[in-house]
Design a protein around this ligand. Structure first.
Ligand SMILES: Nc1ncnc2c1ncn2[C@@H]1O[C@H](COP(=O)(O)OP(=O)(O)OP(=O)(O)O)[C@@H](O)[C@H]1O
Ligand SMILES: [Mg+2]
Length: 426
């Protein structure tokens, strides 16, 4: 059965074979062909989809607006305090810390949204899952209330899996935040990792075809869920947490990511007792190379004495990045828009070792900046920075030779690392 869409009509085209008495020998066959006008039905379905989308957008917008307002409130409040706290170094550093944490939260929120909108591509590489869990545990111990006892039970020598480490991190965080929310009076949050044979899973998950799986479990001793809730938890925007408290995206995202990794999820829950989420991720036979750079390694990224051209229209961001790179020994030339950037490059191309350019620039966008710089010097090294690059644009740019990208908002360590890496490419 096929559906053909014309400009005005949507027709359903159906072919059915009928067997007539005299055709029992199967030498000849007869068919009934029918055409049905289903335009009205499709239009209604489309309207319904649009309406649902709009409703979701509303929920989404109010949730995000609330979260961002909180984040901005924290940043504004503490920025205001900074000036007054100059003489109190302890409080000053607390305020700076709070600002840093708030911006990280904002960045995480944006990332979550972009992942949800499937606007960030997954970067699959060899991943040590236990290392991610350890990072998560550390973060939880620092940030969750002390009434929540965080435990981990990790299997040693867990096989390496091929995964997107940021997404796995995101999965763990989302599950743990839910677990915390389920225990307002405190309780125990346990994270465990182990392995299971694929064979043992195939009855539960027919799609389980790998020989071995990593099993990650996040359990809480919280309120649990009733059956009605349990059935809806993976729906985008489904939340029981009240306006502004939850967007209902956490588990939808977890689900999407696990699917993306060809894994499965299982939920066991009991009202008043607690909940366990089990995530199964396949272990590939041949893990690819390239390890995740651990946060520790980043801390000792060396600086350099080369010259960098930094093209950034947000004055404050540009100035911060410039000052940081200068403090690491680099000479930094700056430009505030695309045209100025290209001009600066053509004037100083001999000295410039690498160009770091924003993608969304006034006058001339990052894409054109890249092309013009490459026209001046086909070997010029260019790092493109952006909050979001459409995967299509990115692959276009890849073809044009742009190979170095950095996701905004970036930490200074990340820029430092990328700059060094790109300059050192022979
Ligand atoms: N560990 C848990 N215990 C009890 N209920 C849970 C648990 N995890 C999820 N839920 C239920 O599933 C719902 C959906 O969870 P999800 O993470 O998708 O959204 P949220 O936590 O409400 O909002 P967000 O994650 O976007 O901030 C929650 O509102 C809650 O009712
Ligand atoms: Mg959640």
């Amino acid at each position: 059965m096929t559906t053909h869409s014309t400009e005005e009509l949507i027709l359903e085209f159906d072919v059915a074979r009928i067997l007539l008495a005299e055709e029992e020998e199967e030498e000849e066959a007869s068919y009934v062909v029918s055409l049905k006008d289903i335009t009205a039905q499709k239009t209604l379905e489309e309207q319904l989809r649009q309406a649902q989308k709009l409703e979701s957008l509303g929920t989404l917008a109010s949730g995000i607006a609330h979260d961002f307002n909180n984040i901005l409130g924290i940043i504004m409040g503490h920025s205001f305090l900074l000036e007054r706290l100059k003489s109190d170094p302890v409080k000053l550093s607390q305020s700076i810390d709070a600002i840093e944490k708030a911006t990280q939260r904002g960045a995480a929120l944006v990332k979550q949204l972009l992942t949800f909108a499937r606007k960030t591509e997954a970067v699959f590489e060899s991943v040590l899952v236990n290392q991610i869990i350890e990072e998560v545990v550390k973060l939880l111990q620092e940030t969750f209330s002390k009434t929540i006892n965080v435990r981990s039970d990790l299997k040693r020598d867990l096989p390496i899996i091929v995964a997107d480490s940021n997404q796995i991190y995101q999965v763990m965080i989302n599950l743990c935040v839910n677990a915390r929310d389920a225990m307002p009076m405190g309780g125990t949050l346990s994270i465990a990792s182990t392995t299971v044979e694929g064979g043992a899973l195939s009855s539960k998950f027919p799609r389980a075809t790998a020989r071995e799986y990593i099993l990650l479990q996040v359990s809480d001793t919280g309120m649990g869920m009733d059956e009605v809730t349990r059935q809806r938890i993976f729906e985008p925007f489904f939340t029981t947490k009240g306006v502004g408290k939850g967007t209902g995206l956490g588990l939808a995202l977890v689900h999407g990511i696990v699917e993306n990794h060809h894994g499965s999820i299982n939920v066991a829950t009991e009202l008043g007792k607690g909940t366990t989420f089990s995530i199964y991720l396949p272990v590939e036979e041949r893990p690819i190379e390239s390890h995740r750079t651990s946060k520790k390694a980043m801390e000792d990224v060396p600086g350099g004495t080369e010259t960098i051209l930094l093209i950034e229209d947000e004055e404050m961001l540009g100035e911060l990045a410039r000052a940081f790179l200068v403090s690491k020994g680099y000479t930094v030339l700056t430009a505030r828009d695309g045209e100025e950037g290209v001009e600066a490059f053509s004037r100083h191309q001999k000295e410039i070792s690498v160009v770091v350019t924003d993608m969304g620039l006034p006058k001339l966008g990052g894409e054109d900046v890249f092309k013009r710089i490459r026209a001046i010097d086909p070997k010029a090294k260019v790092i493109l920075a952006s909050g979001f690059i459409d995967p299509e644009v990115k692959s276009e740019m890849y073809k044009a030779g742009a190979k170095h990208f950095i996701q905004k908002p970036y930490s200074h360590d990340e820029v430092l690392q990328k700059v060094r890496e790109v300059i050192d490419i022979k």
